[in-house]
Design a protein around this ligand. Structure first.
Ligand code: GUN
Length: 286
């Protein structure tokens, strides 16, 4: 058998087309485009690429994107000041602080300072709380994109076993919450999990968000599983996921490629959240 490839790039294109229509409608209703302000602090090369891709997607969707670039030495206080300005700017709908921040910056304080109504990453504790209560205001971009992909590909969630490997605030934790809200039986596994391959082999849906190249192999895969690879590892200049593709092709029913799987969906969902933020603030509902 050869696993069916789940085309995240194609779905991302369809989502962006939908968002472009919504952004245009918003512009005709209000006289301005939805606006996204992205803060990029320091000079992490990967972050630079991600932010450029976010701005490019914004332009293509009719969203007014703007990058605020600050040097690596910028203090937490300076960043908090810039966020206060953005929070008070009626023409800014979405605010995003690209992670990781330089080590001296108090990341938690910075993320907590983003106006929850403009928090298009959904990292603010108020938005995390709403998500975990099953009434999301914004859905975090990567896990939200994964749900869209599972739905678009007709992969059933309710009643099935989902294993999420990784417990980050950005992917693992919100992914588990969203799958639970859709009535999956969810296990969150991580670096301390005993007998990880056995746990993973229980999965009908396996989400790998570990950050180690080709960590998930034949021993982790249940025949027929749908494998979602969130990994973005650079191995001798080549981008590679957390899943061994060759093993997944042999054993899984379906898998996302890297690149062209989850990555494009993350950006498409950011666009979607930005229009949602604009509507929420302007009309009181999305
Ligand atoms: N760095 C890696 N992924 C993300 C993300 O989804 N949002 C932000 N702000 N930074 C990131």
């Amino acid at each position: 058998v050869s696993a069916r490839l789940l085309d995240g790039r194609a779905l991302a294109g369809r989502i962006r087309t939908r968002v472009a229509v919504e952004a245009d409608t918003f512009r005709r209703q209000t006289g301005r485009s939805p606006a996204l302000r992205v803060f990029l602090i320091g000079d992490d090369p990967a972050s630079d690429v991600y932010v450029r891709n976010k701005l490019k997607a914004s332009a293509e969707c009719g969203i007014a994107g703007e990058t605020v670039r600050l040097p690596a030495e910028t203090t937490s206080a300076e960043i908090l000041g810039r966020l206060a300005t953005a929070n008070g700017d009626g023409a800014v709908d979405g605010i995003l602080v690209q992670l990781p921040l330089p080590p001296h910056v108090e990341s938690r304080a910075v993320l907590d300072a983003i106006d929850p109504l403009r928090d298009v990453d959904a990292f603010h504790p108020e938005n995390v709380g709403l998500l975990h209560q099953g009434r999301p205001r914004f859905v975090p971009c990567t896990p939200g994109g994964i749900l869209e992909l599972l739905d678009a590909e007709g992969i059933e969630i309710a009643g099935r076993r989902a294993v999420v490997v990784g417990r980050s605030e950005i992917v693992g934790k919100p992914m588990a919450a969203l799958l639970l809200a859709r009535n999956a039986t969810v296990t969150t596994a991580h670096s301390k999990t005993r007998d990880l391959p056995d746990v993973c082999r229980e999965a009908d849906i396996l989400v790998a968000a570990i950050g180690r190249a080709r960590f998930v192999g034949a021993a982790h895969l249940n025949p027929g599983v749908a494998v979602i690879d969130v990994g973005m590892n650079r191995v001798v200049g080549k981008l590679c996921g957390d899943v061994d593709e060759e093993a997944a092709d042999r054993i899984a029913a379906a898998r996302t490629p890297v690149p062209g799987g989850v990555g494009p969906l993350t950006i498409a969902m950011l666009m979607s959240n930005t229009v949602r933020a604009a509507r929420l603030r302007c009309f009181g509902s999305a």
